[in-house]
Design a protein around this ligand. Structure first.
Ligand SMILES: [Zn+2]
Length: 495
């Protein structure tokens, strides 16, 4: 993909010229990429505080200056008002190894302040080196767990990478196409599980969802719990949390269940390039976090109750396509609503989750009294930008009403095709076509209607682009229609 650097900002009300007391890089000759940005991440030991990164920018953009956002601690929207406290020792040199002046400023991305830096475009090609403090994020990270401990590292792109600033709009920043390449320079005694050692990303969003575990090579036997392949997709589970106890029976059961999920989702959405998928078990919270080549599972597993665990696994795996490799431009609900629905559906129809939690979340729980459901539409950009902001409570709107809407879409597709097609089968090829980019609601609707023959306009106008809860009767009718057609693997319907 060609390097397209569209936006240049030249006004910097706050200007700080800094010197560098510590030099994270070695001097000497270096090569700039002809296109895009190359990142080199150097990890010399299991890191406690810092990793050194070099980003080389080869193409000279139009305009007077080049601006980057420092690692934005991003999880669907920027998480943490930050003034660069996780970001240290920046040094920029030009092709002649001369130091380039850098100025700092801040921008609002969503409702969060992010630090940016800029330098003169005439200096390109340049090499930018810096350090990050990974555990800074845990001070207010929504997961509340250290990135790095004595036993393992949890390495997220959102904590590591500077990304080009292209526009005040989040969607534009994250989905603008770039050639982004990462090379991991890891000490011999460590093993990187997640991203391939040399890997390309299509846009900043994908880069921020880079995720890997780093473990000590001598501990690999105990940290890698299982390795399998299902429907051509290799996967492995790795634990970097010594506090979770997973014996061989539980490890086998988890891999057996996940093989069903992988087999089903990959049939509709495809496999993940040539890389094995890594599931990083943290066991320290609820839910998970999606990623490009790895995702993180926070729910601790218990052999007697893997229902929710498996629904979360299916949700996060669906995100590999639904949201991470492919995005939307005007459907704030789509990524989480669709992954939540598919998480329930895929786990239930493969018999790795029980039905009661599915019925509770998708049908009987009443969201009509909730402020965010009364006040906001699923289409409100405000809901996405504030999804995880402290004090915001958009979970029921975006995740649950979003999932219910997907059940209505699925039912409509099944009805229009006499049960021959389901939502995942219809949208799978569509999101693959848009890999590395984003699509609009009108393109999504046009695809669904053309492929299935269903008219979904009323679902959009009554429930997606409208405030309020989906009526219970509407949900029951959809659930029961699906149940009769065998979609949930049950014979009974709801009264
Ligand atoms: Zn999600």
């Amino acid at each position: 993909m060609r390097f397209r650097y569209k936006c240049l900002i030249s006004a910097f009300p706050i200007v700080v010229i800094i010197g560098c007391s510590q030099q994270p890089t070695e001097p000497g000759p270096w090569t700039a990429p002809t296109d895009g940005i190359h990142y080199r991440v150097s990890i010399s030991g299991l890191p406690r505080d810092s990793i050194s990164i070099m980003a080389t920018l080869g193409s000279r953009p139009a305009g007077d200056s080049v601006r980057f956002i420092v690692p934005p601690l991003y999880a669907d929207n920027p998480m943490l008002d930050q003034t660069g406290r996780n970001f240290h020792n920046i040094k920029i040199v030009n092709r002649a190894n001369e130091k380039v002046s850098v100025s700092f400023d801040s921008i609002r991305t969503g409702n969060i302040t992010s630090m940016t830096f800029a330098f003169a475009a005439r200096e390109v090609p340049v090499r930018i080196s810096y350090h990050v403090t990974l555990n800074y994020a845990t001070q207010r990270d929504y997961m509340g767990i250290p990135a790095v401990s004595a036993t393992g590292g949890w390495i997220r792109g959102a904590h590591l990478f500077i990304v080009p600033y292209t526009s005040p709009g989040l969607i534009d920043i994250w989905r603008t196409s770039f050639d982004l390449e990462v090379f991991w320079d890891i000490a011999d005694e460590l093993v990187l599980l997640g991203d391939p050692q040399q890997v390309a990303f299509d846009n900043p969003y994908q880069l921020l969802f880079s995720m890997s575990a780093i473990i000590d090579r001598s501990e690999a036997n105990t940290r890698i719990l299982s390795q399998r392949t299902a429907n051509g997709q290799a996967f492995r589970f790795v634990s970097i949390e010594p506090t979770i106890s997973i014996d061989s029976d539980l490890a086998r059961r988890i891999a057996d269940d996940f093989a069903e999920i992988v087999g089903d989702l990959s049939a509709s959405f495809g496999t993940i390039d040539n890389a094995p998928l890594t599931v990083i078990l943290r066991g320290a919270n609820k839910g998970g976090l999606e990623g490009m080549y790895a995702f993180t599972q926070l729910d601790p597993p218990h052999i007697d109750s893997l229902d929710v665990f498996n629904m979360v696994l299916a949700h996060e795996l669906a995100h590999a396509w639904v949201g991470v490799r492919t995005g939307d431009v005007d459907m704030p609900w789509w990524k989480e609503g669709t992954a939540t629905y598919l998480g329930y559906l895929i786990a239930k129809r493969n018999e790795v989750a029980a039905l009661p939690p599915v019925i509770d979340e998708l049908v009987t729980q009443n969201y009509s009294g909730r402020d965010e459901v009364k006040k906001y539409k699923l289409t409100d950009e405000y809901a996405r930008v504030n999804l995880f902001e402290e004090g915001a409570s958009f979970g029921k709107l975006i995740y649950m009403k979003g999932a219910q809407v997907n059940m209505l879409l699925d039912t409509r597709i099944m009805q229009a095709t006499a049960g021959n097609s389901t939502l995942d089968e219809v949208i799978g090829p569509f999101v693959q076509q848009h890999e590395g980019g984003a699509f609009s609601w009108s393109e999504y609707r046009e695809h669904i209607e053309r492929e299935s023959g269903a008219d979904i306009g009323d679902i959009y106008h009554n429930f997606i682009d409208a405030t309020g809860a989906v009526p219970l009767d509407t949900l029951k009718q959809a659930f029961n229609w699906m149940a009769k057609s065998g979609a949930w693997g049950i014979a009974d319907t709801l009264p």
